[in-house]
Design a protein around this ligand. Sequence first.
Ligand code: GLV
Ligand code: GLV
Length: 315
Amino acid sequence: MLKLLITRPIAAPVLDQARTKFDVTLHEGGAMSVSDCATALATYDCILPTLGDQFTAEAFAGDIRAKMLGNFGVGYNHIDTQAAAAADVIVSNTPDVLTDATADIAMTLLLGTARRAGEGERMVRSGAWGGFDVKGLLGTHVTGKTVGIIGMGRIGQAIAARCHYGFGMNVVFHNRSPKVTAVPAQQLDGLHAVMAAADFVVVATPGGSETTKLIDAAALAAMKPSGIFINISRGEVVDEIALIEALETDQITGAGLDVYENEPHVPDRLRALDNAFLLPHLGSATAETRQAMGQMALDNIIAWAEGGDPPQRVN
Ligand code: GLV
Ligand code: GLV
């Protein structure tokens, strides 16, 4: 039997199926360091890793037994896919199955920031609420406002559909290449044009070197003072310090974040801000979605093991 390392607990039915096909080892102790990854690559035939496991170029530099990494997650910026290819290791991911769940978290952040839900929740919990207040915690209406989506892939388009059909918002977007969308939406010329036009900016690009710090101080400065910034993609896409400064100085009105530059570290300055609505990377965190992600990761590994081409291969 081929040896499979699964690096985090996955849904029981998926694990049970994996055990019928492979000699399964479960990694204990959470995210794997570069040296853990190097050891795993030298020890197992295939691996089911996830976000936080550091499959860097250095991890691929030694002896490699593994031929297949079936990543649990759509984002794979924690795997150096070129180094993997050079070492003859196939990498796959789990697109589509998490699109709706992740778009829903974008809406949670959009509505949560617009309606100041974090502040309100903290007020109720702390006992500071003094009753219905005609002027207290006034937020901003979302209907009729403009959402600017940065990165109009599958998740960006699912967010656009929710904003347009569900909430009566106008949709503008920035995308690397020209894109025709099913949802009525206007592609603007350049990132800064979208930052400037939007009442809500939502970042939905992939991570990785091409988008690192795409949202810098200059991009944030293009936003309206009433603008709200939302990120559900990867923390590295945003210059976190520049964002904190824009929030501290009220250069923009608020931010809703599901991802951070150095997860799980969230800077104290960010946690101190009342106008930041902060979630712990929950984009794909529904039971149904996480099971589907595990199944898709395993299906790709099985396809490879049976001599086929993994359907969600990325390198
Ligand atoms: C989660 O962030 C993923 O990439 O699936
Ligand atoms: C608000 O709760 C209202 O009754 O208007």
